[in-house]
Ligand binder design. Structure first.
Ligand code: MG
Ligand code: MG
Length: 254
């Protein structure tokens, strides 16, 4: 069931989105050589408690932390650790959700630690650009798979592959609502998917790999990695669809 949000709900979702952006903006500054993902998670929790919102992922399906990390070949859902020390040349995905006043926001960025390889740089650029290309299609004249197709075409034209195991989602009173927002056009699909309507809010989140699109889950039961060990990047925004076009609720304001 797809929930259409009214003005009052959208106002609350803007606030949840701002909370997410504030955390990611700070984490982006702090993700430097020598810092652990444990410390970054602590920073996120500190902001959440100071600003009185809830870190949405902590305890969600028993996930043990507030930020989902993804270092290098990790795709999503990595657990922070005192042993994971950032090194020059790493790329680090950070995915954060906030729950505020009954509504969720969800966003992810992947950042460079120090100087990264040209390939890693291209991966980050292509993944982030694919997200914005997808967002451009989030209008009332389109359907879900118009977003999916735009992301897929751009990423594959650039020689990378899209993860198919995990997809974007509707968001609101629940972290994950209908409809699903795949980053590829499903083979079995007839037509263009669900029609987009004003008041729908979706999280668009391409996960892009240098090599195979296949992922495997590590023994911790959470961390997804590329099955060929190549690099992966992830960018995500929570986006409200309106008659005036897409509105990104989790944009980091500098
Ligand atoms: Mg997320
Ligand atoms: Mg999400």
């Amino acid at each position: 069931m797809i929930y259409i949000k009214n003005k009052e709900e959208l106002k609350k979702m803007r606030n949840a989105g701002k909370a997410v952006a504030e955390v990611l903006s700070r984490l982006k500054e702090e993700a430097k050589e020598g810092v652990t993902t444990w410390e970054l998670n602590e920073i996120a929790e500190g902001i959440a408690s100071a600003k009185s919102f809830k870190a949405a992922f902590k305890g969600y399906a028993d996930f043990p932390a507030s930020v989902c990390f993804a270092l290098n070949e990790e795709v999503v859902h990595g657990i922070p650790s005192k042993k994971t020390v950032l090194k020059n040349g790493d790329i680090l995905g950070m995915d954060f959700g906030a729950y505020l006043d009954g509504y969720y926001g969800d966003s992810a960025i992947t950042v460079a630690v120090g100087k990264i390889s040209p390939l890693a740089e291209k991966l980050l650029k292509v993944t982030e650009t694919s997200l914005y290309k997808g967002i451009d299609k989030a209008t009332t004249s389109n359907r879900i798979f118009d977003i999916s197709e735009q992301i897929q075409t751009y990423v594959e034209t650039n020689g990378f592959s899209l993860v198919k195991t995990f997809v974007g989602h509707g968001i609101g009173k629940s972290l994950h609502e209908d409809p699903q927002v795949p980053n590829f056009v499903p083979k079995s699909s007839n037509g263009r998917g669900v029609k987009l309507k004003a008041g729908m809010v979706i999280a668009i989140e391409p996960m892009v790999n240098v090599g195979t699109s296949d992922v495997k889950i590590l023994d911790d039961g959470w961390t997804a990695v590329t099955s060929d060990g190549t690099l992966s990047a992830h960018f995500e925004h929570t986006v409200a669809i309106s008659d005036n076009g897409p509105e990104v609720l989790t944009e980091i304001i500098h």
